[in-house]
Unconditional design. Structure first.
Length: 138
């Protein structure tokens, strides 16, 4: 556990007044907090105890914002067709790689015109070594 450091209240108050740390609610605030953090990080060993404390506070605010923001971004599950498309690109696969499923059927799935059946989900799951439920709508 880090030992307690004596802070100069006046110096710390001045840093707080200049930075105005608060819970981040926008990309603009996020950018400002990242800039302030970067400035403090680049000081390295020249950083005062007050600046180090402010840096820790900014890191907490940034971390909380990122956790909230990215949770919101991934809370909507991707359609199975997008998951399939992504995995195909990442693995350098084409529609031919999924026989016995006809290429025309794969095209329809990728275009969102057809849902993936349980049997097809199993074929995809076997090829990518993932759980077949990844390709099925809940």
């Amino acid at each position: 556990m880090p030992r307690a450091v004596k802070l100069d209240p006046k110096k710390y108050a001045k840093l707080l007044a200049n930075t105005l740390p608060e819970p981040i609610a926008s990309e603009k605030q996020y950018g400002a907090m990242l800039s302030a953090t970067s400035r403090l990080i680049t000081k390295g060993n020249e950083r005062s105890p007050e600046e180090t404390t402010l840096l820790r506070l900014l890191a907490i605010l940034i971390s909380e914002y990122e956790a909230r923001r990215y949770t919101e971004l991934i809370s909507e599950p991707l359609p199975p067709s997008e998951i399939l498309s992504y995995l195909m690109k990442e693995n350098g696969m084409t529609q031919k790689d999924f026989a016995p499923i006809p290429q025309s059927r794969i095209s329809e799935i990728l275009a969102g015109k057809r849902k993936i059946s349980k049997a097809q989900a199993q074929v995809f799951a076997d090829r990518f070594r993932v759980n077949p439920s990844l390709f099925l709508y809940p």
